[in-house]
Design a protein around this ligand. Sequence first.
Ligand code: ADP
Ligand code: MG
Length: 676
Amino acid sequence: MPPLFEREIESLKGVGPKRGALYRKLGAPTVGALLRLYPRAYEDWGSRTSIGEAALNEAATIQGQVLQKPTETRVRGGKTLYKAIVTDGESDLHLTFFNNRYIPMLLRPGQVYLFRGRVTGSFLKKEMLSPEFVPQGKEKAIVPVYPATQGLTSRMVCAAMEHALALLPKEVQDPLPAPLREKYGLVGLAEALRGIHFPQSPEELAKAKARLVFEEFLVLQLGLMQIKGGRRQENPHPVPGAFPEGFASLLPFPLTGAQRRTIAEAIGDMAGPSPMNRLVQGDVGSGKTAVAAALCWAVAKQGYQAALMAPTEILAAQHFQSLSALLAPAGIRCALFTGSMPAARRREQQAQLAQGEISLAIGTHALISGGTVFQDLALVITDEQHRFGVNQRSALAGKGTAPHLLVMSATPIPRTLALMVYGDLDISVLDELPPGRQEVSTYLIDSPKRQRAFGYIQKHLDAGRQGYLVCPLVEDDPDLPLMSLEKYREVVARAFPGTPAAILHGKMKNAEKEQAMSAFASGAVRLLLATTVIEVGVDVPNAAIMLIENAERYGLSQLHQLRGRIGRGPYKSTCILLTDAQNEDTLARLRLFRDTRDGFKIADADLKLRGPGDFFGARQHGLPQLKIADMANDMDILRRAQLCAQRLSPHLDEPVYEPLCAEIRRLFATGDQVVL
Ligand code: ADP
Ligand code: MG
């Protein structure tokens, strides 16, 4: 459909520069993009309720006859109210409209109309304020509701959409060629677009949706496969296939069964005919670092090099500490590369890396910088992968020749999403926690109980433990009624006099961050006041208590990551969620979190509650945003699209698939991180 994608939105009737700007804000700079702006919901004008049965405070469609000519009253502030009463023969409904002088002309006494809006008032006198209405017989059964923005109502978008649909050429270029549509029972693009915007029936809507969801998944899958493609080369860095027992003997603890299985799977890949492409999913604390270390060991033993990339300096430093302590006795040299290290040292280490004197480079994305050259990079590991864009991963991989790739994810991504985001990676799951872990008890409290919680924390401190206090803000914000670290510093100084505390947040300089973190890790600091920067991977086993202020602010998966910072040692640990939220949905969400420990269940719940947007949020993956597919519900279509993508991918250069390739390019071009 390319021509319409080149046609500016302002070329539509009724869209000037001002509205054009609003459409751009909605993500529709062109007519083509507008057509791909799908309704977020549909109003159902088809199923009607009698006035007597209509529930208060809910939307309803009511058919009624206007009793007499609407009345007009002027009120303060220059407003004019128009009131009318309609009846369905049994009960009356009172309507009020503001400042709409056409009402007396539009609502004729004796005529029957359909009214749609929220029912207010009382059971004795039901009302609707400014309902939408159409004369009976003129209604459409299903009316689309579009994402609106200030100055642009769903109605306006609706009108523009009608114009846009009228512009569709007779022969729409369909990304899905006819034989493919036939095979999968999908309607054509023009029919799908008409059906998604202005369906005549629920069946038509369902067909349109099925086709568009399929297309979206297919394009995404194919785009991902192209990114990942070319990896099925020969394996230039084979390792021996036997289990690395030599590594296991370096560890102070026996590996868990899940760790052994995952290591064996990865070693099997690396010993195989093509490079490894594996995702390791493991809940917080499942011991992913040991898995990474085992593979680095295996690679280093062959004389190759490995790189481990972490999303934050804190985490990189921590990995460096534990891995170098573990691997140095085996004669494996590690080095840390971060943005804040002195230039001279970095240059020196870069030289050693280029000469192969350093076997394992650990760092942040500073590893990707131009000056970092490997002698023979054989293994690239990214930790907490959801923080990296697809292209950062490939940039690091580009520093070697077809290196093995291991992606470690601590956000237990629901399998549905994993399949989507990591399309052709093999997946290992670390589904077992190391023994002796203490369960973390979780409590949900409100602010009147804060002092009691502090008393409880004091007890843990007295017993020699440490704690995290998490706030959503760094500084007070008069517009946000949220706890800030700035304020909390005073609160804590009063509540825990004499207790060494430190602050940690993302806006601090790296050196300050490191100082705070290492003071906490060494035990000199007992309380760490932090934002969610600690969510990623921080490991201080003596920390056994955590208090999270404004818990309502966080997604479940994020809370799970935070909670994963405690219960890492042999001590009984407690996580306290503090919120004054009243909203029942919010409280239900937090209670579910309180009562659930399994990260996968939490992630699934999060996905259902918040939708996939969170996982795809802010284009962290560099993936295009899904417009229509809802992964919690569209699993079957996802599977079929995946199979289809696998079948199609070798044939994409055939001319019949050119429109499909154009669609892939278009979609992935907007995911600004992706390099195809
Ligand atoms: P994560 O999967 O969250 O990255 P880590 O690798 O940081 O987990 O491991 C969490 C803690 O568990 C660390 O302190 C680590 O030393 C310890 N650990 C890892 N594997 C084992 C094991 N098999 N037995 C005992 N402790 C382990
Ligand atoms: Mg980790």
